[in-house]
Design a protein around this ligand. Structure first.
Ligand SMILES: Nc1nc2c(c(=O)[nH]1)N=C([C@H](O)[C@H](O)COP(=O)(O)OP(=O)(O)OP(=O)(O)O)CN2
Length: 163
């Protein structure tokens, strides 16, 4: 029996999203609005398939790119926050945090079912979307999947998911 373990990783220059956000922290603090050129890397571990692939690079890049494209040039807004509240404002989303508020055109926003737009929760969101994409295409889920989101050079968060 072989001891070899295999992993593939994609971290292409185009697996990026340039987006606005702000997070809450320490219970009663809220950042000023700002943006990042987020970079995404995805790793998959599994046995080799009939092609001697862990996972086809091309499919992994395409699936990931479809998700980063939805986030690119958008204001990232959390829908599960108890502090950042979204209100219907006609063509806009009015976003409140205590006595501060912002208004963004709906089609310039990405509403995400997460509690805060931290790099950690963005990574987990992308991992969830990748799992959904695999399942909806009838593809087997890999044994291990990791998604890394880098906010800026030298600071990133990673989530690992195991089957
Ligand atoms: N574990 C995490 N910590 C922080 C997150 C996060 O997502 N996960 N996010 C932030 C902020 O959103 C913030 O944008 C990052 O702040 P900062 O490190 O100050 O950003 P810079 O890129 O400007 O860093 P410099 O090293 O000062 O250039 C905070 N923490």
């Amino acid at each position: 029996m072989s001891d070899s373990r295999y992993k593939v990783r994609v971290s292409k220059d185009y697996l990026v999203f340039c987006s606005g956000h702000f997070i809450t922290y320490l219970g009663d603090q809220c950042e000023r609005i700002h943006g990042h050129n987020y970079r995404v890397a995805v790793e998959v571990e599994d046995d080799l398939d009939q092609n001697h692939y862990v996972f086809d690079f091309i499919a992994l890049k395409d699936l990931t790119h479809a998700i980063t494209d939805e986030l690119d040039h958008r204001m990232l807004l959390p829908t599960e926050s108890t502090q950042i509240l979204l209100e219907d404002d006609g063509p806009n989303w009015r976003v409140r945090y205590q006595d501060r508020y912002w208004s963004f055109p709906r089609n310039e926003c990405a509403l995400l079912p997460i509690a805060n737009t931290t790099a950690e929760l963005l990574a987990n969101y992308i991992a969830g979307r990748l799992r959904e994409a695999l399942t909806s295409r009838g593809l087997a889920l890999p044994r291990v999947m990791r998604v890394e989101v880098e906010e800026s050079f030298g600071q990133s968060a990673e989530v690992e998911w195991r089957k």
